[in-house]
Design a protein around this ligand. Structure first.
Ligand SMILES: O=P(O)(O)OC[C@H]1O[C@@H](O)[C@H](O)[C@@H](O)[C@@H]1O
Length: 245
C-alpha cells in the first residue's frame, strides 16, 4: 500500500491540538479565528463514528463520521450544526463526501470548509500542480495581495501560502509518493490552498521538523474565499476524490 499522506515526525497525538499531517478538517473557520483555534474546532473535536469501516459488496470500504454542536463547539460558535463525513476507500482512490446541515429553525450561519490535505513527496521542488492557470489567488506571504496565476503548472521553490479561487475541478500533482501522479477531483469546492512553510517558517512551527519541508506539500480543496451561508433547515454538500495514477 502506498502511503500518500504525510505526518510530521514531530506530530503530537494528544487529542488536544490538531495533528501535523494527514487531512485536518477545517471548519467553521479557515485561518485565524477570534473565537477559537486557527482553522476552527472540527480538527480538534471528537467526532462520532456513525458507521465503522465496513466492506461493501463492491469491495469498497466505507466509514461514516459525524460532528454536531455540543458544549465544546457552542463555547466558541453558538450555532447548531451537523456535519457528516463519509469516506470510501477503493484500490487506488479515496472518496470524501461531506454534508453540512443547519438544523436551526431561526438562525442562519456562515462558515468555511476545507480539507487540509498533506501529501508526502520525495522533493517538493520537483512537483508540478495543474488546475490553477488563469486563477486569481490571495498570497498570504505578501500581506494578502491578489495576483493572477499565469503558469500552466504551479511549482514550489519558496515559502508558499496561497488561496487560489475558482480553480479547476481537477488538479494533477506530479512526483508524489514513489514518483507517481495524484489526481484530486473536487465538487462544490471552488478554492484550492497551496501551502509549504519552507525552511525559515518551518523552524517556527513547534510540531514540524526543520528539515521536513522538502517532503510535503499541502493541496487543500475547500470553500473559503466566499463563505457558505446556510439558512435554517438547509444543507451544503461537497466532495473530493484522491486517486493515485
Ligand atoms: O499550523 P496550522 O494551523 O495547521 O496551519 C498551517 C497552514 O495552513 C494553511 O492552510 C494556511 O493557509 C496557512 O496560513 C497555515 O500556516
Amino acid at each position: 500500500m502506498l502511503r500518500l499522506h504525510c505526518y510530521s515526525k514531530q506530530a503530537v497525538f494528544d487529542g488536544k491540538r490538531a495533528i501535523r499531517g494527514g487531512i485536518p478538517f477545517v471548519f467553521p473557520q479557515f485561518g485565524q479565528w477570534a473565537f477559537g483555534p486557527q482553522h476552527g474546532f472540527a480538527r480538534v473535536a471528537r467526532w462520532h463514528v456513525e458507521k465503522l469501516p465496513e466492506r461493501l459488496p463492491s469491495g469498497d470500504v466505507e466509514a461514516v463520521f459525524s460532528l454536531m454542536d455540543d458544549d465544546f463547539t457552542r463555547s466558541m460558535w453558538h450555532f447548531q450544526f451537523r456535519l457528516t463525513y463519509r469516506l470510501i476507500l477503493r484500490e487506488k482512490e479515496l472518496h470524501f463526501n461531506i454534508g453540512v446541515y443547519n438544523p436551526s429553525k431561526e438562525l442562519t450561519f456562515s462558515c468555511q470548509l476545507l480539507l487540509h490535505t498533506y501529501f508526502k513527496v520525495p522533493d517538493v521542488r520537483r512537483c508540478q500542480i495543474t488546475g490553477m492557470h488563469g486563477c486569481m489567488f490571495i498570497d498570504k506571504t505578501r500581506e494578502g495581495t491578489v495576483y493572477q496565476e499565469t503558469r500552466e503548472v504551479v511549482t514550489i521553490n519558496e515559502w508558499t501560502d496561497r488561496i487560489y479561487q475558482n480553480t479547476m475541478q481537477e488538479h494533477i500533482i506530479t512526483n508524489v509518493v514513489s514518483g507517481r501522479k495524484m489526481r484530486i477531483q473536487k465538487y462544490n469546492f471552488p478554492d484550492t490552498v497551496i501551502w509549504n512553510p519552507w525552511a525559515d517558517y518551518a523552524k517556527e512551527i513547534p510540531d514540524f521538523g526543520d528539515d521536513e519541508f522538502p517532503n510535503m506539500v499541502c493541496v487543500e480543496a475547500g470553500r473559503v474565499a466566499a463563505p457558505i451561508v446556510l439558512l435554517p433547515g438547509t444543507a451544503f454538500e461537497a466532495s473530493q476524490i484522491l486517486q493515485v495514477m
